[in-house]
Design a protein around this ligand. Sequence first.
Ligand code: CO
Length: 138
Amino acid sequence: MITGLAHVSIVVPDLDAAARELDAKYGLKIGAIKVNTEQGVRMAYVELANAKIELMEPAGANSPVAKFLEKNPRGGIHHFSLGVDSVDAVTADMKNRGVRVLGDGTQKNVHGERIAFVHPADFLGALVELEDKREAKK
Ligand code: CO
Protein backbone atom coordinates (compact mmCIF):
# COMPACT_ATOMS: atom_id res chain seq x y z
CA MET A 1 0.00 0.00 0.00
CA ILE A 2 1.17 3.51 -0.79
CA THR A 3 1.20 5.39 2.50
CA GLY A 4 2.26 8.93 1.62
CA LEU A 5 4.62 11.31 -0.08
CA ALA A 6 8.17 10.78 1.18
CA HIS A 7 10.14 13.33 -0.79
CA VAL A 8 10.56 15.32 -3.96
CA SER A 9 14.04 15.04 -5.44
CA ILE A 10 15.88 17.84 -7.23
CA VAL A 11 19.15 17.42 -9.08
CA VAL A 12 21.48 20.37 -8.58
CA PRO A 13 24.83 21.14 -10.18
CA ASP A 14 26.28 22.33 -6.85
CA LEU A 15 24.84 21.03 -3.59
CA ASP A 16 26.54 23.62 -1.38
CA ALA A 17 25.34 26.49 -3.56
CA ALA A 18 21.82 25.00 -3.61
CA ALA A 19 21.80 24.77 0.18
CA ARG A 20 22.88 28.41 0.50
CA GLU A 21 20.20 29.52 -1.96
CA LEU A 22 17.37 27.65 -0.19
CA ASP A 23 18.46 29.12 3.12
CA ALA A 24 18.85 32.68 1.84
CA LYS A 25 15.57 32.76 -0.11
CA TYR A 26 13.31 30.51 1.98
CA GLY A 27 15.01 29.91 5.31
CA LEU A 28 15.16 26.18 4.50
CA LYS A 29 18.11 24.33 6.04
CA ILE A 30 19.60 21.07 4.84
CA GLY A 31 20.63 18.26 7.14
CA ALA A 32 23.89 16.36 6.96
CA ILE A 33 25.36 15.79 3.50
CA LYS A 34 25.63 12.10 2.66
CA VAL A 35 27.19 10.21 -0.21
CA ASN A 36 25.25 7.35 -1.79
CA THR A 37 27.98 5.41 -3.58
CA GLU A 38 25.40 2.97 -5.05
CA GLN A 39 23.64 5.81 -6.86
CA GLY A 40 26.74 7.98 -7.33
CA VAL A 41 25.32 11.05 -5.64
CA ARG A 42 26.13 13.53 -2.90
CA MET A 43 22.86 14.36 -1.23
CA ALA A 44 21.10 16.21 1.53
CA TYR A 45 17.54 16.65 2.72
CA VAL A 46 15.39 19.54 3.80
CA GLU A 47 12.95 18.16 6.37
CA LEU A 48 9.44 19.55 6.12
CA ALA A 49 6.55 18.65 8.39
CA ASN A 50 5.03 16.09 6.03
CA ALA A 51 7.74 15.29 3.50
CA LYS A 52 11.32 16.06 2.52
CA ILE A 53 13.05 17.82 -0.33
CA GLU A 54 15.97 15.72 -1.55
CA LEU A 55 18.89 17.47 -3.20
CA MET A 56 21.22 15.38 -5.34
CA GLU A 57 24.55 16.36 -6.87
CA PRO A 58 26.40 13.85 -9.06
CA ALA A 59 29.45 12.32 -7.41
CA GLY A 60 31.47 11.37 -10.46
CA ALA A 61 30.91 11.40 -14.22
CA ASN A 62 29.40 7.90 -14.26
CA SER A 63 26.56 8.92 -11.98
CA PRO A 64 23.12 8.50 -13.60
CA VAL A 65 22.40 11.93 -12.21
CA ALA A 66 25.27 13.37 -14.30
CA LYS A 67 23.32 12.46 -17.45
CA PHE A 68 20.29 14.32 -16.12
CA LEU A 69 22.46 17.42 -15.62
CA GLU A 70 23.78 17.17 -19.18
CA LYS A 71 20.19 17.54 -20.41
CA ASN A 72 19.20 20.00 -17.68
CA PRO A 73 22.36 21.96 -16.82
CA ARG A 74 20.65 24.11 -14.20
CA GLY A 75 19.10 21.07 -12.54
CA GLY A 76 15.45 20.33 -11.91
CA ILE A 77 12.98 17.85 -10.47
CA HIS A 78 14.30 14.31 -11.03
CA HIS A 79 11.74 12.13 -9.25
CA PHE A 80 9.34 12.04 -6.36
CA SER A 81 9.16 9.36 -3.75
CA LEU A 82 6.20 7.57 -2.24
CA GLY A 83 6.36 5.73 1.06
CA VAL A 84 5.04 2.18 0.96
CA ASP A 85 4.34 -0.28 3.75
CA SER A 86 6.18 -3.08 1.95
CA VAL A 87 8.30 -2.58 -1.15
CA ASP A 88 8.01 -6.32 -1.92
CA ALA A 89 4.22 -6.45 -1.71
CA VAL A 90 3.69 -3.17 -3.54
CA THR A 91 6.07 -3.96 -6.41
CA ALA A 92 4.62 -7.50 -6.77
CA ASP A 93 1.14 -6.00 -7.01
CA MET A 94 2.31 -3.38 -9.52
CA LYS A 95 4.01 -6.01 -11.70
CA ASN A 96 0.76 -7.98 -11.75
CA ARG A 97 -0.89 -4.88 -13.17
CA GLY A 98 1.74 -4.56 -15.89
CA VAL A 99 3.73 -1.78 -14.25
CA ARG A 100 7.45 -1.77 -15.04
CA VAL A 101 9.40 -1.72 -11.78
CA LEU A 102 13.09 -0.77 -12.02
CA GLY A 103 15.63 -2.38 -9.74
CA ASP A 104 15.58 -5.79 -8.10
CA GLY A 105 14.31 -4.57 -4.75
CA THR A 106 17.67 -4.84 -3.02
CA GLN A 107 18.70 -1.19 -3.45
CA LYS A 108 18.77 0.97 -0.32
CA ASN A 109 18.74 4.70 0.18
CA VAL A 110 21.03 6.58 2.56
CA HIS A 111 18.55 5.98 5.39
CA GLY A 112 18.80 2.21 4.93
CA GLU A 113 15.29 1.96 3.52
CA ARG A 114 14.78 -0.49 0.66
CA ILE A 115 13.76 1.27 -2.53
CA ALA A 116 12.56 0.56 -6.06
CA PHE A 117 11.57 2.78 -8.96
CA VAL A 118 8.52 2.83 -11.22
CA HIS A 119 9.22 3.42 -14.91
CA PRO A 120 8.10 6.95 -15.85
CA ALA A 121 6.08 5.56 -18.78
CA ASP A 122 3.89 3.81 -16.21
CA PHE A 123 3.34 6.86 -13.97
CA LEU A 124 2.16 9.68 -16.21
CA GLY A 125 5.71 10.50 -17.31
CA ALA A 126 7.14 10.93 -13.82
CA LEU A 127 9.92 8.82 -12.30
CA VAL A 128 8.63 7.50 -8.98
CA GLU A 129 10.73 6.07 -6.19
CA LEU A 130 9.17 3.72 -3.65
CA GLU A 131 10.58 3.70 -0.11
CA ASP A 132 9.90 0.88 2.30
CA LYS A 133 8.77 2.72 5.44
CA ARG A 134 8.37 -0.47 7.45
CA GLU A 135 12.13 -1.06 7.42
CA ALA A 136 12.88 2.52 8.40
CA LYS A 137 11.17 2.02 11.75
CA LYS A 138 13.39 -0.93 12.70
CO1 CO B 1 14.79 9.93 -3.86
